[in-house]
Write a protein that binds this ligand. Structure first.
Ligand code: AMP
Ligand code: TRP
Length: 326
């Protein structure tokens, strides 16, 4: 039996190297291991918390679908679907919300950050409960995510445990699965995580090659000139080394010995080349997928149908456990 695995990404704009190395690339690698029953979901209901227009929302969903397929998600190997097309996600959210203490949501750092920036809405507040529903509906044992999602996953575990204690064994407690680059930092400020809110410190997956090369060239580096991995003393360089190792299919150790006695300039130029080379085929594949939106819709429709079967059965069991089925 394969191990059930779920993860999701919000359709809220262009993906960057942080999303890719913390999440999407790992999704593809895990899918191709053949050991997991993978379910990948475009979490369009989560995106509603950001007040996106109808036109943008549709565009963002198709773009993200193209990103997943271009990165290598294969709908024959993984169930790939759209959250809003599987009603059990919203239904289970309501059920779980009655088990969620306000205090647990109040201390979520992502909520505090986002509420500070955009002002709070109730959707932002209950966002982690919807995420817990995404995960628990599929009995996911593992959830590949970036480090910023660990607190949300802890809530999913708590809610699974609480439900099971109160209503009998129903849900699996999920565990996070992090990559070697679980928190990619802003290229211009290694104290901040890479995020689309600062486009200059962030390499987008569909940036043109010269833009990628320039962003890497302008990345801040630390004082000194040696290429060594020292996350405390040289956090900016450590970030670049992690990115290089991940896209260059090598290790930080090997990079350290390869760049012994070589200056930052050469290192950054070569990292730019490797990154461009890694992203270029994906960019081309994405363009091709975007030319055929009907195909993207078909893929998501088929995936959503498969997901509906699993999630629908699970939610029927939840209804029974709660005493809602007469
Ligand atoms: P989001 O765009 O917020 O839906 O994030 C999608 C995935 O990318 C989640 O698993 C995040 O944890 C991950 N992620 C976002 N930013 C970063 C980053 N700077 N470094 C590593 N992973 C990230
Ligand atoms: N909250 C996640 C993020 O912001 C996205 C997400 C929603 C997710 N549901 C999920 C991730 C379920 C993993 C599993 O990145």
């Amino acid at each position: 039996m394969k191990t059930p695995l779920v993860s999701g990404i919000q359709p809220t704009g262009r993906l960057h190297v942080g999303n890719y190395l913390g999440a999407l690339k790992n999704f593809v690698d895990l899918q191709n291991l053949g050991r997991y029953d993978c379910r990948f979901v475009i979490v369009d209901l989560h995106a509603l918390t950001e007040h996106i227009t109808q036109k943008e929302q549709r565009r963002n969903i198709l773009e993200l679908a193209a990103d997943f397929l271009a990165a290598g998600i294969d709908p024959k190997k993984s169930i790939f679907f759209q959250q809003s097309q599987v009603p059990a996600h919203a239904e289970l959210t309501w059920v779980l919300s009655s088990l969620t203490p306000m205090g647990e949501l109040n201390r979520m750092t992502q909520f505090k950050d986002k509420a500070d920036r955009h002002g709070a809405n109730v959707g932002l507040f209950t966002y982690p409960v919807l995420m817990a529903a995404d995960i628990l509906l599929y009995d996911s044992k593992v959830v590949p995510v970036g480090e910023d999602q660990l607190q949300h996953l802890e809530l999913a575990r708590t809610l699974a445990r609480k439900f099971n204690e109160r209503y009998g064994r129903t849900f699996v407690e999920p565990k996070p699965l992090l990559t070697e680059a679980p928190r990619v930092m802003n290229l211009l400020n290694p104290a901040k995580k890479m995020s689309k809110s600062d486009p200059n410190g962030c390499v987008f997956l569909d940036d043109e090659p010269n833009v990628v090369a320039n962003k890497v060239r302008r990345a801040v580096t630390d004082s000194g000139s040696e290429i060594i991995f020292d996350p405390v003393g040289k956090p900016a360089l450590a970030n670049l080394l992690r990115i290089y190792a991940a896209v260059g299919s090598t290790t930080v150790k090997r990079l350290e010995s390869r760049y012994r006695g070589v200056g930052y300039g050469t290192f950054k130029r070569e990292l730019g080349d490797v990154l461009v080379e890694h992203l270029a085929p994906m960019r081309e594949r994405k363009k091709k997928f975007m030319r055929d939106p009907a195909k993207l819709r078909r893929v998501l429709e088929r995936g959503s149908k498969q997901a509906n079967k699993i999630a629908g059965d699970k939610f029927a069991d939840v209804r029974k456990k709660l005493g809602l089925s007469l």
